[in-house]
Ligand binder design. Structure first.
Ligand code: PMP
Length: 432
């Protein structure tokens, strides 16, 4: 049993000694001291179903035995040298990761966080094209480092310092709240026209990059209409830009139908960034690009002390093996479909539900006070979220308006877990 400091003591220590900017999710914060598969345990041993996977990070399940064993073995053998010496893990993992990519996306760079990956992708695009301007999307989240913060488009995450120089944000392709809805077969093309407009009105006509999450995560699981990325990529490429897909949340089989989120839109990017689920919880992130683009970064030294360390590489390799061996992409499809059908049933019963959206196990339920006006039900969302915790389910919430329940569990969840989740959310919706 747990015999460390109490949650109150930990909270006190955090208040005194840890960044005051970090937030805890619940009115009365919970402390998690153990995890196993899709379950989390607090200091009293109470079990919760994890519907959020440490913000979409725990892809194959908490403390997966094969992943833990791979990391432990590597830690005991040699944990760190940097890439100044050869080590097989980085070479083998790069080959295995590249094998998962379509087209000519075959060269891997390893870093330690999603922000770093996006920083590097932007550097690459700017160095390769010789252009500076970039286009990102409104409602995007790409990280908190200075150049990633520039790409991020949520006032909540942007500090009042000059950060967005050279970045413009295109209209968010949101068929629920935007001008072109699900009844418009050309919605994707129409939203993408804003990328062309930004190129024409806001840049020299030449850009370095267009970057988009394949499904907006922090922004509340916004799935783009069909054809959006295809048209946006065409506009970006016509202006000399590279297309960057941020797969930090949508990648690694989570969408169910495809291994990568961008594949659901039928495009092939020039650069792909990934983090979170890639390592099932270790600080591992990557940028994958083509040999041609990669050459540009060889004109100077690009070095990263921890990037590609043998332990993260061992863990990344194990994650890929487990996704394959346990059929987790197929499971995402199956359980995702069960949850989606369940949420649609709940929507018939609870008028609070404005829209159910998402692919596979990357789902969002947007809550509104009124289906006509779509007035965001922010307080109700917070109340549902709290009630779920009391009933033993941890989920996420997000969206610019703070009214979207985000469901992104470890990909190993079962049908029984999904049914429990639906029951809990049903009861929580009824209680507000
Ligand atoms: N891109 C996306 C889509 C993300 O969701 C996040 C993190 N929420 C990041 C980038 C940044 O990742 P990190 O926090 O590891 O820097």
């Amino acid at each position: 049993p747990y015999d460390g400091p109490s949650p109150e003591e930990v909270l006190d220590l955090r208040k005194q000694y840890v960044s005051p900017g970090i937030f805890h999710y619940y009115k009365k914060p919970i402390m998690i001291v153990e995890g196993k598969g899709q379950y989390l345990f607090d200091e009293t041993g109470r079990r919760y179903l994890d519907g959020f996977g440490g913000i979409v990070t725990v892809s194959v399940g908490h403390c997966h035995p094969e992943v833990v064993a791979a990391a432990n073995l590597q830690n005991e053998t040699i944990s760190h040298t940097t890439t100044i010496y050869l080590h097989p893990n980085i070479a083998l993992y790069a080959k295995e990761l590249a094998a998962k990519m379509p087209g000519d996306l075959k060269v891997c760079y390893f870093v330690n966080s999603g922000s770093e990956a996006n920083d590097l992708a932007m550097l690459m695009a700017r160095a390769y094209t010789g252009n500076y301007d970039a286009i990102a999307l409104r409602n995007a989240y790409h990280g908190g480092s200075p150049s990633a913060m520039a790409l991020t488009s949520h006032h909540t995450w942007k500090f009042n310092v000059p950060h967005s120089f050279g970045v413009q944000h295109a209209r968010m392709p949101d068929i629920y709240r935007g001008p072109f809805g699900s009844d418009d077969p050309d919605a994707g093309k129409k939203y993408a026209a804003d990328v062309e407009d930004l190129v024409r009105f806001g840049t020299s006509g030449r850009i370095a990059a267009f970057i988009a999450e394949s499904i907006q995560g922090v922004g509340g699981t916004v799935v783009f209409p069909e054809g959006y990325l295809k048209h946006a990529y065409e506009h970006a490429r016509a202006a000399g830009g590279l297309c960057i897909a941020d797969e930090v949340q949508a990648g690694f089989g989570r969408t169910g139908t495809h291994f990568w989120g961008f594949e659901t839109q039928g495009v092939i990017p020039d650069i792909v960034t990934m983090a979170k689920g890639i390592g099932n919880g270790c600080p591992l992130a990557a940028v994958v690009t083509t040999p041609e683009i990669a050459k540009t970064l060889a004109t100077r030294i690009h070095f990263n002390t921890f990037g590609g360390n043998p332990v993260s590489m061992a863990q990344g390799r194990a994650v890929l093996r487990v996704i394959e061996k346990e059929g987790l992409q197929v499971n995402s499809l199956k359980i995702g479909a069960r949850l989606t059908a369940g949420f649609h049933r709940l929507a018939e019963k609870h008028s609070l539900i404005g829209q159910v959206r998402g692919l596979g196990l990357m789902l969002g339920v947007e809550l509104v006070k009124d289906r006509e006006t779509k007035e965001p039900a922010r307080d109700e969302c917070a109340a549902v979220f709290e009630r779920c915790k009391e009933l033993g389910l941890l989920i996420g919430k997000g969206g610019l308006l703070g009214n979207v329940l985000r469901i992104k569990p470890p990909m190993c969840i079962t049908e029984a877990d999904a049914d429990f989740m639906l029951e809990v959310i049903d009861e929580s919706l009824a209680s507000v």
